[in-house]
Each structure stands twice: as C-alpha cells, then as structure tokens.
Design a protein around this ligand. Structure first.
Ligand code: GLA
Length: 391
C-alpha cells in the first residue's frame, strides 16, 4: 500500500502552526483548526486484483477529517465501502457489495457502480437521432438497461487522486469508443468522487463527445443505513417529487407524468418504504415493488434537494441533492438471497435501496422528456451529493 500526501496541505499546516506562534488572534486560531482538519484528510491507494484481460485494478481509500471512509475502485468506478457513524458514533458500512474484485466481475447487480453510457432503460434498445436509427445491445428482456452488456460498470477507469480544500477524492476517466454497445460517438467520460469534511459523498460527472449521443450517467449504490443488519423496509423515505413517470410491464415509461397524490408512490411526506409496498397498485406489481423514476420538483435546472432517508434504529440520515431532473428509487426487489456479499452477509429480498439521480428512462424515445442528447462542443456536467448524518 502506498500513501499519497498532499504537499500543499502539509505546507498549509506548517504555516498555520508558525502563524500561531507569532499571533494568538482568533483568525489564526480558526485557520489552524481548519488546517489541522485538512491534515487528517487522507488518500490511500492499493492494488485490488486484475481483470481476466490482465488489467490492473486499484482501490482508493478516502478518509475525511471526521473519520468517514469511502473505498472506490477503478473497475466500474465502484464505491466498495462507505463507512459513516450512527447516532452513537459507531461506524458502519452502509453500502452493499463484495469483499473482492472477482465477485464483482462474476455477478453484480450494479453494486455501487457508475452506470452508463445511459443509466436505466431504453425501450426495444433503439432510438432515432438526427434521422438515423441506432440499435443498442439488448440485455433486459427486449430492452437496453444501464449501458448494455458491457456498460461503464464493467470497465476499468483510469484514475488520479484529487485534493480539494475540504475534500479528498479520485478522478476516474473512461473513453467509450464510437459504436460501443451501439452508441454513436467517442465519449470522454469523467467522474470525480469526493469525500468532503461536510460528510458528503459528492459525485461530479462530465462528458464530451465527437458525435451526438444520448448520455445519462448515474451512481448505482445500494444503501442500507442499518449497516447491513436487516432489509430496508423500515427505512423512512422522503422524495421531493409531486409526479412520477408510470411504466409498462417492461418498466419502460409510458411518457406520462402522473401525480403521486393518493398513490403508494407519494413520498412527499416521510414514509416507511414498507408501509405501502404490498399495496394492490398496478405500478408496484410491474416493478415487483418500487422501481420507478420520480420527477423532481424544479429539477434539472440547479442543485435541489431530491431525497432524504432516515433509519430509525441507528439514527442514520442520508440526504441527496442533485442537478438532475429525476431520481430512480429501486427497493432492491431483485435481491433474493442468492448473493452472499461483504463479510458473508446474505443479501435477502430488499436488503438495499438505490436512489439513482438521472434523466428519465427512455428519454431518447420520449420527445416530451428533458433531452439527454449531448452534441459535439457541448459539456455534459451534472453533480449529485449524498450527505450523511445521524439523529
Ligand atoms: C435498476 C433497475 C432495476 C434493476 C436494477 C439492477 O435500478 O431499474 O430494475 O435492473 O437496476 O438489478
């Protein structure tokens, strides 16, 4: 294992100590405490195995000044571990996943990954853009899901450490070639994961292309705020969304935006996930539970509050803000006890929940949805922030 230390930060701490020796005024004291906090930011990098093609994979361990830890690996840009405190300060790993690379490669339902080039479904795996029909890899019934057979969750990204004033991170880059999984254009994608001293996991997405293409990048973390003790049905969820996009049996949006009011899709007030999941509501039957996109109120223009999850036994809270217009809430309905994950934990039905900030599914075929088309010369830029606390 080797450790990367920021010279800038070490120098700042030395300067602050020297300043404090000369002057005891409060501004120096404030600077010192913040510099000392920065001194505890850490990035460690270690090898994490290799793919069957012999590509080396690295694991970054990010640690913030409060002791929160995020492990991110270069295969799939996957968040492997996320340790946050409960209301008693006890740290727990709140994401599902595996202990080693080979298990991720063998069989992962997108645990902790970045999904792309298009997160979520594209109906029939095809779309027409500027008069040309494109056919994508079909990997979910008759539809295209999460970028296809070998999406961004199954490639090795190039990496570099990132130091910011109050955060540590890793910048991951991937060139998705023209024609990959059927998509047009060479797409240069960059994802920066930052663990901030404000106890946030901040994800900054960027992309450019040399041909017009749909792009919809998101993070597919499976959260369990108990630290993996039980299923997520008692987690209490609030979504800042008055509408959702109803789907057909194949989970492709019909194109309508329907009000959530009076349905089990209404999370405008904090509600336990399990409270209505068994209701006789057609949309829940199609998803086997929640597996839908919500239309965020005033979403897609600037950073807005999207979701809040509270777990009553540990007191953990996760708040999500995003620049995206939608959020897919998936209640882990396909988990069925056949996967044994980290530390030998069996991931039973609904053992994790995903809150995937995104554009709406099947947007390339839905002219009334916000556009997901990126053109040459444009910059794709979105940001999503997950903030962790306990009460
Ligand atoms: C997404 C989809 C779900 C499911 C999971 C992975 O969230 O919406 O239907 O495919 O990914 O299992």
């Amino acid at each position: 294992m080797y450790r990367i230390k920021s010279q800038r930060i070490v120098l700042a701490a030395v300067a602050a100590v020297a300043g404090a020796m000369l002057c005891s005024c409060s501004s120096v004291y404030n600077r010192m405490t913040s510099d000392q906090a920065k001194g505890r930011l850490e990035i460690n990098v270690k090898p994490f195995g290799e793919t069957s093609e012999g590509q080396q994979v690295r694991l970054y361990t990010l640690r913030n000044a409060n002791g929160l830890i995020a492990d991110v690996m270069t295969y799939g840009a996957i968040v492997v571990t996320l340790k946050t405190p409960d209301r008693n300060g006890k740290m727990g790993d709140i994401v599902l996943g595996y202990d080693n690379l080979q298990d991720y490669i063998r069989n992962s339902p997108y645990f902790g990954a970045i999904v792309g080039r298009y997160g979520n479904r594209i109906g029939q795996g095809k779309f027409t853009l500027d008069g040309v029909e494109y056919k994508l890899a079909v990997n979910n019934g008759e539809n295209h899901l999460h970028g296809g057979i070998k999406g961004f969750d199954k490639v090795v990204w190039s990496d570099e450490p990132v130091w910011r004033a109050d955060a540590v991170g890793v910048k991951l880059s991937y060139l998705s070639k023209d024609g990959e999984e059927g998509y047009p254009g060479n797409l240069n994608a960059t994802v920066i994961y930052l663990l901030t001293n404000n106890n946030e996991l901040r994800i900054e997405y960027e992309a450019t292309t040399d041909k017009a293409t749909p792009v919809n990048l998101t993070h597919h973390g499976y959260f369990n705020l108990t630290g993996g003790q039980r299923d997520i049905l008692d987690h209490v969820l609030a979504l800042n969304a008055d509408k959702f996009t109803p789907v057909d049996k194949g989970l492709i949006p019909t194109g309508e935006l329907l009000p959530v009011a009076g349905t089990p899709m209404d999370f405008t007030r904090s509600t336990a996930i399990g409270a209505r999941i068994g209701n006789d509501f057609e949309q829940l039957k199609f998803g086997g539970g929640y597996d839908h996109n919500w239309v965020l109120n005033k979403g897609g223009r600037s950073m807005i509050a999207a979701a809040r999850v509270y777990e009553p036994t540990t007191g953990r809270v996760m708040e999500i803000r995003t620049t995206e217009p939608g959020i897919q809430f998936y209640s882990g309905n396909f988990l069925d006890g056949t996967i044994t994950g980290k530390g030998g934990t069996v991931y039973k039905h609904r053992w994790g929940l995903c809150l995937e900030t995104q554009h709406y599914p099947d947007s390339p075929n839905k002219p009334n949805f916000p556009s997901t088309i990126l053109r040459p010369g444009q910059n794709y830029e979105t940001t999503t922030i997950y903030r962790f606390s306990a009460k």
